[in-house]
Design a protein around this ligand. Structure first.
Ligand code: ATP
Ligand code: MG
Length: 429
């Protein structure tokens, strides 16, 4: 049976003390909800804006029990909370998302197996638990990306393989722990889809975000995503179906690759707020953090209709020194996380820009954009993986929307310059 909604004045427990927890606490405070953070670190971004902070380790039973006794419901801002702590809390207070979502999102082998069971496309992959298994996986998939099964984030715990690296060296380089080997997906864009879901099954899907990473770390995101309507619908549908499959209460973010074939492939799952949706704070409607609070408390979910186009830019490391410049930029909204020293790659804050709907530059249209004679409805673009056909919205077209004569040409275009085929640079560039 679905528990009754909690009331304003209740206390939300948040596991983890980082910037995501900080933004959850800020959204909760606005709705008259108290936040109690549990985090082993002192002086953390979330605790600074929360009513209480329990600073204790995840294996401190007394601290966990005391924390559980002071909160009405628990959520998380990171998925790697140790299972023992989760179990102990869940015996005393509702923990949302539940144990299944944590177990799957904490382990890439479990996660990818779950996706396979559900028929959701991913990169080709193999579990790797030894150097020998890595050899077999390389033979099957070629040189891919080796990722630790557990505890990776921001591209940490990953190794791009190359022939000069032996199986033993590569396996040892990541600590000899269980891993997965993933084939490299020749994506043309990265997308993410976010769903908020309540215990009674009511859910809402945010508009899909388009994301850019540098060395495995998110650097930019934007709404709207440049993707074909069918790909956007597939991304949203996958997110909703997976949230149901995990019986998740709270937020589920699904990171995806958009392939040159117009299809989406799931990269990974995060059962919590996600960096790629920070633009939702300044989008003019309820943001992901408010949606999380409402979902876990059993409150009505917001309608998420951004009032314009939005861009998000992470401030990593020393980039944070541009804060005053950012404040002087019309239309820019600055968010700082109150962290101490800027270390390279450390997420110090972010900047969003809210622009009138339809005004976002299409971006990235350079010399790699070609029109096709006699085909006004499409053009060719070049991504990392070679040339592909894109529609007027600059998103890859599904294969069946590309005329056969164009499709026949595209594979051959990888090798050479399609201008040799007599195609002209698109006048819109
Ligand atoms: P985070 O938790 O911060 O999202 P992570 O450490 O879990 O990061 P991944 O999401 O697995 O890392 O990978 C980070 C980025 O590396 C991806 O967003 C993508 O840009 C690139 N990448 C990862 N796996 C693949 C793949 N199989 N093919 C192509 N690119 C990949
Ligand atoms: Mg990721």
């Amino acid at each position: 049976m679905t528990p009754p909604p909690l009331e304003p004045g209740c206390t939300l427990g948040v596991l983890g003390g980082g910037q995501l927890g900080r933004m959850v606490a800020l959204a909760a405070a606005r709705l008259g909800v108290h936040v109690h953070v549990f985090a082993p670190e002192g002086d953390c971004p979330a605790a600074e804006v929360a009513r209480r902070h329990t600073r204790a380790s995840w294996d401190d039973p007394h601290a966990l029990d005391t924390f559980a006794a002071t909160v009405d419901v628990v959520t998380c801002e990171f998925e790697n909370v140790p299972a023992g702590a989760l179990e102990r809390l869940a015996a005393r207070v509702p923990v949302r998302p539940g144990a299944r979502a944590f177990a799957i999102a904490q382990d890439r082998i479990a996660e990818k197996s779950f996706l396979r069971e559900r028929g959701v496309p991913t990169a080709p992959w193999r579990p790797v638990r030894s150097a020998d298994e890595l050899g077999a996986a390389r033979a099957a998939l070629g040189e891919g990306i080796l990722k630790t099964a557990r505890l990776g984030y921001d591209g940490k715990g990953q190794l791009r393989l190359h022939p000069s690296l032996s199986d033993a060296e590569a396996f040892a380089a990541l600590g000899g722990v269980p891993c997965v080997l993933e084939g490299v997906v020749p994506f043309v864009r990265e997308l993410s889809a976010l769903v908020a879901r309540r215990a009674d099954g009511a859910s809402l899907v945010f508009p899909v975000s388009e994301n850019a990473h540098r060395e495995g770390v998110l650097v930019r995101a934007r709404h709207p995503a440049r993707a074909h309507a069918a790909a956007l619908a597939a991304a949203a549908g996958i997110a909703r179906a997976l949230a149901i499959g995990l019986d998740l209460v709270g937020l589920l973010c699904v990171e995806l690759f958009l392939g040159p074939d117009g299809r989406v492939y799931v990269n990974e799952l995060a059962p919590r707020p996600h960096n790629s949706f920070h633009w939702s704070i300044d989008g003019g409607a309820a943001c992901q953090f408010e949606a999380l609070v409402r979902a876990v408390l059993g409150w009505p979910l917001p309608a998420v209709v951004p009032v314009g186009d939005l861009t998000l830019e992470n401030l990593l490391g020393d980039e944070v020194h541009a804060w005053s410049e950012a404040l002087a930029t019309p239309g820019a909204r600055l968010h700082l996380y109150g962290k101490g020293a800027p270390r390279p790659g450390r997420k110090m804050g972010h900047l969003t820009h809210l622009l009138p709907a339809g005004s976002l530059p299409r971006g990235g249209l350079g010399e790699d954009l070609l029109s096709v004679p006699g085909e006004p409805g499409l053009h060719l673009r070049r991504g990392d993986a070679g040339w592909y056909a894109a529609g007027p919205d600059d998103a890859p077209l599904p294969a069946d929307a590309v005329p056969a004569r164009v499709r026949a040409l595209i594979p051959g275009l990888d090798a050479g310059d399609p201008r040799a085929a007599g195609w002209e640079p698109d006048p819109r560039r």
